[in-house]
Design a protein around this ligand. Structure first.
Ligand code: ADP
Length: 479
């Protein structure tokens, strides 16, 4: 498939005329689509188109905007299998994971379709007589959404849907190796009747196209998901004219296993959190912090779990697909070498999984006796590598769980009510779970992290997203 930019309601090649192949990580010789290598001029044209569409879209009644989002949801459902296949082939996820992600996008569009009709504000009593005092919300204006490859449909959906619902105009810049899937979403919005210029798509390199979309002084808000290093650049680039910014970045998410844990549940929770989506989720579990009373048994069983997983191309719907790219695979293998050098015990995995095919497959890997200070226990790996860390008390478990720079998602497996409550109080994470895996989010509650995982500005999803994409206007009406 030859992808194009979508600017002002029309599909265009990039002004550079160049494209880059997006490849199937399970069969790297297979090209899934050619993606335009866009230029700063293309990004500027997208913001021009957004600026031209801004007023009319803001004035469009909420229920009318909602109807277009609802139709987008319907089209996503109608095209579910085709889009899921694109997602499998481009990102590498399994069929089950991909159909789940398409369903999530459908649900997100329906959720914000309903919200679009519900936008308003509040009326307060005033200190002066004959004054109506009210607070209403207005769209923030022109939005740039910059997204990574790991949820190539879900993340664009959860940024674009609330932005459009609240009356904003948007330019979406997906990662280059996720752009074919993002294009399928934009096609649904186009076919749903979204007016020209309200949503624009520009693919291409982050340091040119992404940077232009964060520095253009007409852009009012930037929503970014990606790495910490790029998030830092985005924040600085958006600062000079004080754009509203939301950053979602990395995690080093722990699951604490206590002496009271149901070990069957613990193994499932840690295993699915660590190896689901090939460990390529910012909320993936990468550290099991396990009390010494259950350490040996837990370790034996989590190793069994890892060894039971089937690997293969996502369309065969194995338990685990490949890593997304050669560089992701290399980075995981490097971390595995680091873990060995640091003296962690490699219990299982650790190698490229040649049997699964020519793609970027890596064995589900478990390190035991990991010291919390080791790099494999401190740095985000973004692959199916679990560090099991022994602890001897609840207090030590919490200190280890909190002893990293990030604070995105964290969980505890326990049947002890007191420990469950204490954990929720004590953990420095934006998402705290009891007896659940660190991955898996509901769409109608806020999502975001603490510490280095997110900017301490706004959350995503649920009503929190509506706050990010709106400004409030306080009205004093003296009659
Ligand atoms: P990942 O490691 O998940 O690929 P990145 O942080 O590298 O995450 O990329 C996330 C998104 O940010 C991608 O769409 C990428 O093109 C974009 N990006 C990269 N560099 C910049 C930049 N300097 N300014 C804006 N966006 C950028």
């Amino acid at each position: 498939m030859a992808c194009q930019n979508y600017i002002g309601g029309e599909w265009h090649d990039s002004t550079s005329g160049e494209t880059i192949p997006s490849r199937n990580p399970a069969v790297p010789s297979e090209v899934v689509g050619e993606v335009p290598v866009s230029t700063v001029d293309d990004a500027t044209a997208a913001v021009d188109a957004a600026a031209a569409a801004r007023e009319a879209w803001a004035e469009t009644p909420g229920p009318e905007r909602g109807a277009i989002l609802r139709e987008t949801g319907r089209l996503l459902a109608e095209r579910r299998d085709a889009i899921a296949e694109t997602l499998v082939l481009e990102e590498g996820k399994t069929w089950s994971e991909s159909t789940g992600e398409v369903q999530r996008a459908i649900d997100i569009f329906h959720y914000y379709a309903a919200k679009a009709a519900d936008i308003g504000g509040t009326v307060k009593s005033s200190s002066s007589r004959a004054t109506t005092l009210s607070v209403r919300t207005e769209p923030i204006g022109i939005v740039s959404a910059i997204t990574p490859w790991n949820y190539p449909l879900g993340i664009p959906a959860w940024k674009v849907a609330p932005a459009l619902a609240t009356g904003n105009v948007v330019t979406l810049k997906p990662a280059e190796n996720a752009a074919v899937t993002a294009t399928a979403l934009v096609e649904c919005l186009d076919d749903a009747g979204l007016p020209d210029g309200v949503l624009n798509l520009v693919t291409g390199p982050g340091d040119t196209v992404g940077e232009a979309l964060t520095t253009d002084d007409r852009v009012d808000a930037v929503s970014f998901t990606g790495s910490e290093s790029v998030g830092d650049i985005v924040y600085r680039n958006a600062a000079p004219d004080q754009k509203r910014v939301q950053l979602e970045m990395g995690g080093k998410n722990p699951t604490v296993v206590t002496p009271d844990a149901d070990l069957d549940a613990a193994v499932d929770i840690v295993g699915s959190g660590a190896f689901g989506v090939t460990g390529q989720a910012c909320t993936a579990c990468s550290r099991a912090v396990v009390h010494e009373a259950v350490y040996d048994e837990f370790l034996e069983r989590i190793v069994e779990y890892a060894e039971s997983l089937s690997l293969g191309p996502g369309m065969d719907d194995p338990d685990m697909g490949p890593q997304n790219s050669d560089s992701e695979l290399s980075s995981t293998l490097e971390y595995i070498a680091v873990g060995r050098d640091e003296g962690a015990v490699l219990e299982t995995g650790g190698r490229r999984a040649e049997d699964a095919g020519d793609g970027y497959f890596v064995e589900p890997t478990v390190f035991a006796d990991v010291d919390p200070a080791m790099r494999i226990a401190q740095e985000e790996i973004f692959g199916p590598v679990l560090s099991v860390i022994p602890v001897s008390s609840y207090e030590e478990a919490v200190a280890v769980a909190n002893g990293v720079e990030q604070g995105l998602s964290a969980s505890i497996v326990t049947q002890n009510l007191r420990e469950a409550h204490r954990f929720v109080d004590d953990i420095d994470a934006g998402v705290a779970k009891v007896n659940e895996k660190t991955t898996g989010l509901e769409l109608h509650v806020p999502f975001g992290g603490m510490k280095a995982s997110s900017s301490e500005t706004y959350r995503e999803q649920g009503d929190a997203a509506l706050d990010f994409y709106t400004l409030s206007k306080t009205v004093y009406l003296n009659y």
